[in-house]
Structure formats: C-alpha cells, structure tokens
Design a protein around this ligand. Structure first.
Ligand code: SAM
Length: 235
C-alpha cells in the first residue's frame, strides 16, 4: 500500500516514518509513504498557501488552488482514495481503518490555520475524517494516527498477526489485561491462571476479562453485540 501525505510541515514526519514498526515496514518496502510539500504546488514567488477569509473573522484560510493542483497531480483517478483530515469529518474507528487499509493508495490532506477553502472538499476530496471531537492546530498528527493504524493492518508489519487479531475493537471488545515479569508488583500478584500453562483456561479467562473491561469502560461497544454471550470470569 502507498500513502501520500500533503502538508506545509513535511519535516514533522521524518522521525515518525523512521522509527519502530513503521520505520521497519517502510525500509522493508511493505508499505510506501511519500510526504509532499504543499508549497511546491503554488505558482507565485513567495509560495503563499493562505489568505484572509471571505466574510471576515479571525485567522487565515488555506487557498484552494495549491490544494487542487497538488491532489490532481499526486493522485491516480480510480485508484487513490483522497482523504481530508478535518474536525468536521466522520470520526475515525477500527472499521474505517480496515476499510482504508484495503485500498491500494491513500492521499491525506493536512490542513492548517482555519482550515481549507471549501471548494477543495467539493472538487478533489472523497471523504473527510476526524480523529476525535477536539481541534488540533493541523492535520499532521491526525495523518500520523491514520498512517500508523493503517500500517498495523498489513500482516507482515506486525510480525505476529495474532497480536492484531486479539487487539481492542476487533470482535467488538476491548483487549484483556496484560502482565509480564516480575510475578509480584507492589503486592499485586499475576492472576494464577496465567501461570498455569493451561491454554484453554487462559483463553477462557482472557475472554471473560475482555468482556468485563468492555462492560465497565465502553458498554456502548457491546450494545447489540454477539460478544455479550457468557459472563466474565473472576480475577
Ligand atoms: N476551523 C476549523 C474548525 O473549527 O472546524 C479548525 C481548523 S484546525 C485549527 C486546522 C486543521 O487541523 C484542519 O484543517 C484539519 O486538517 C486539522 N484538524 C484539526 N482537528 C482535527 C481533528 N479532530 N481531526 C482531524 N484533523 C483535524
């Protein structure tokens, strides 16, 4: 899969794309991420990408022409899904991440200032995505969230596909609690079942714990879900 990110701050992505699982995935060519400078798509000497809003009000608005040019030049019709990061978009979730990961190519538009001239959305954008009900100063962090979550859907990126299959939100549940050495921390012991070596018992305990955590922290995930069958086991 290929992701093209358009931004006025490409330097923000350098350590992000070189580090940890994502860095390794890019190095191994399991995925490609191409970060492009929006100012390269201007045609004036000062490479201006913003202007005052029509109708007044504070702040500046990103101009339409550089964006329209960038998206048209950097996307392939019928192949590239063009996604604008925006607090006005549909809220990102696991199902949307899986859908985006199934596409061969994404182009992510990172806004700044008061946002992007509405005519960009109307002409060259397929969908608007928000990473939550709050306002960031720019779309770059949102693009990183989306890129990292999508990368985890590529089986070879994670190494052990089972770790993705058991993650929160898969099967409509939060993840079960995890423990590692030492066996006692601050007087708290690791649940005995995890030391038993009995795989079926461990699986049953984990399923129960996942259900309990979901009921306590995110009951909305369980509404109308098949995962509700069977109650949680004890600690
Ligand atoms: N005036 C806009 C509003 O109130 O809806 C906010 C603009 S924000 C300061 C600048 C840019 O940050 C946006 O164009 C968008 O690209 C990005 N951004 C801010 N919050 C976001 C969020 N929750 N999800 C995705 N992108 C966001």
């Amino acid at each position: 899969m290929r992701i093209v990110i358009v931004t006025i701050f490409p330097e923000l992505f350098v350590p992000f794309l070189e580090t940890s699982l994502l860095g390794r995935a890019i190095q191994k060519k399991l995925m490609e991420v191409d970060v492009r400078q929006l100012r390269d798509f201007t045609d004036d000497a000062h490479r201006v990408v913003d202007d005052e809003p029509y109708g007044g009000g504070g702040g500046m608005v990103m101009k339409a022409e550089p964006w329209i040019r960038a998206v048209r030049e950097l996307s392939v019709p019928g192949k590239t899904r063009r996604v604008m990061l925006s607090p006005r978009g549909r809220r990102l979730d696991d199902a949307k991440i899986r859908e985006l990961a199934s596409r061969p190519e994404l182009l992510l538009l990172c806004g700044r200032y008061e946002g992007i001239d509405e005519r960009v959305r109307k002409t060259v954008v397929d969908e608007e995505i928000s990473i939550g009900d709050y306002v960031l100063s720019g779309g770059e962090v949102a693009a990183m969230v989306l890129t990292e979550a999508v990368s985890r859907q590529i089986p070879a990126v994670i190494g052990d596909p089972a770790s993705v299959e058991n993650e929160s939100f898969r099967n409509g549940l939060l993840d079960y609690p995890q423990y590692t050495r030492p066996a006692v921390v601050e007087g708290l012991e690791v649940p005995e079942v995890l030391l038993s070596g009995h795989h079926a018992e461990i699986a049953r305990w984990r399923k129960g714990q996942a259900l309990r955590a979901t009921r306590e922290k995110r009951p909305d995930l369980l509404a109308g879900s098949a995962a509700e069958e069977g109650g949680p086991s004890s600690d």
